[in-house]
Design a protein around this ligand. Sequence first.
Ligand code: ADP
Ligand code: MG
Length: 252
Amino acid sequence: MVFFEARNLVKFFGELPAVNGIGFRVEQGEIFGLIGPNGSGKTTIFNLINHFITLDAGEIFFYGKDLHGLAPQRINKLGIARTFQTPQISFSMSVLDQVTAAAFCRTNRMKQARESARECLAFCGLESRGEYPAAGLPVGLRKRLELARALATRPQLMLLDETFSGLNPSEINQALDLIKKINSQGITLIIIEHIMKVIMAISDRILVINHGRVITEGTPETVSQTPQVIEAYLGKKDRAGIDSVVNAGGRG
Ligand code: ADP
Ligand code: MG
């Protein structure tokens, strides 16, 4: 059975197609990169998968189950969690309470939800921050809070929308380590990312889109050698940087 499959996704906003016939498959355990210029439809694909918005056409299957018409909470319960381009967190609520609320996805008991939340906070290196409101967290830790909250729903598949944006180089390296650690727990990841070196280094396969359509799909090596990708999207100047990452052994 295919772990995850999106078939011929279509979404119009007014007259304009944001996503116009995109399809892809993701294998269990993979890190699947999704890249494309600003406005190419990446976040819309995530919104369609977890049903924040409704498809105009197309189908989405998870473990062979058609997700059509299911509410976001139901999709989360089936095992798909996500994070957001701009962290969608409460500034006033404590860090622990926010992750605890997510943990109620799997239990009705406060004690269990708390335990699960503490475990996820520790996994993300936030154990010392639990009692404080999220407002005090710098951007890098807000992103980690979102990861912890998504993890607390005990997902099989996580959709990560620009987890690395706004981070400095050392925070990027920490986030890379955390994401590899999440993946090594057996959690499959679809990652939207605009930092080329990051996506090339971490992904098993990459889907490149533009104007709501697929440009190409393949391994980082293949994708980075596609002339259309180099010229239309990556720009020749990025080429050297990509080569150095790809040749350094990919995600390692
Ligand atoms: P990306 O994440 O690749 O930068 P998006 O998926 O956010 O791109 O957006 C794709 C296109 O759809 C853009 O032109 C954007 O303006 C438009 N769009 C996205 N969401 C909405 C919305 N809720 N209403 C109207 N237009 C939207
Ligand atoms: Mg986006």
